[in-house]
Design a protein around this ligand. Structure first.
Ligand code: PRP
Length: 225
């Protein structure tokens, strides 16, 4: 959890959501309503988690269709280029796993890990540091950045600068989810899966306080009315 989550708490005026979410009582409700763990995820779209509910934005089928489409577009452009697919951890891990299995072509897979730092970890002032950088040179290689979501664009902007200093043959971006309405830095993806609304999203790799990454669909996390 991260930059996105902190912004969510400020943006909705619910600064204590995280505290409430961690209460033991809430965990008991999670068990009672079968929202967790994995074997009960099929009805999570109607599920209440504490005082929040998950509303379906895209089903697992919607997402898998988008992944398949992206794979066909990438195959068309990268066949015979032996690209490096570079995932930005952690959120990308589910998408990366599905995408590479949908591709009918050889690729190499690398990851970098980034985090925000500074006295206020915000998106607008967001400064980013590299927790784990590239383990191999990308010079003269075709690199495709794989992101689960572009939100403000701060992370992608940083990633692109980080990569271009290393002189790859080309850099493009594949983002499964694009929250265009929240952009603060003018970056865009070359391959976009699904445009998403401006709400706090969880599932398919995206988390709230490290929860919900495992859910197969994409959900808007809302407070109960
Ligand atoms: C998410 C996502 C992107 C980033 C996009 O990562 O994986 O990397 O936010 O947001 P931005 O466009 O506003 O920069 P997050 O910071 O939530 O960390 P995580 O991947 O470890 O969950």
């Amino acid at each position: 959890m991260s930059r996105r989550s902190l912004s969510f708490r400020r943006g909705t005026g619910t600064a204590d959501l995280l505290t409430r979410f961690r209460r033991p009582l809430v965990d008991a409700r999670i068990r009672k309503y079968n929202v967790f763990p994995r074997p009960q995820i099929r009805k999570e779209s109607q599920g209440y988690v504490g005082e929040m509910r998950l509303e379906t934005v895209f089903t697992a089928a919607d997402i898998q269709a988008a992944v398949a489409r992206l794979a066909r577009e990438i195959e068309r452009d990268y066949r015979d280029k032996n690209p490096i697919l570079l995932g930005v951890l952690k959120g990308c891990f589910v998408f990366m796993a599905d995408l590479v299995r949908a591709l009918n072509m050889p690729v190499e897979i690398e990851f970098i890990s980034l985090s925000s730092y500074g006295p206020r970890r915000t998106q607008s002032t967001g400064r980013i540091e590299v927790v784990q950088g590239l383990r191999k040179p990308v010079r003269a290689r075709h690199v495709l950045v794989v992101e689960d979501i572009i939100d403000t664009g701060v992370t992608l902007d940083f990633t692109l600068h980080y990569l271009r200093r290393r002189r790859p043959a080309s850099v493009r971006v594949c983002a499964l989810f694009d929250k265009t309405s929240r952009r603060k830095v003018p970056v865009s993806a070359d391959y976009v899966g699904l445009t998403v609304p401006d709400c706090f999203l969880v599932g398919y790799g995206l988390d709230f306080d490290e929860r919900f990454r495992h859910l197969p669909g994409l959900y808007c996390l809302k407070e109960d009315d």
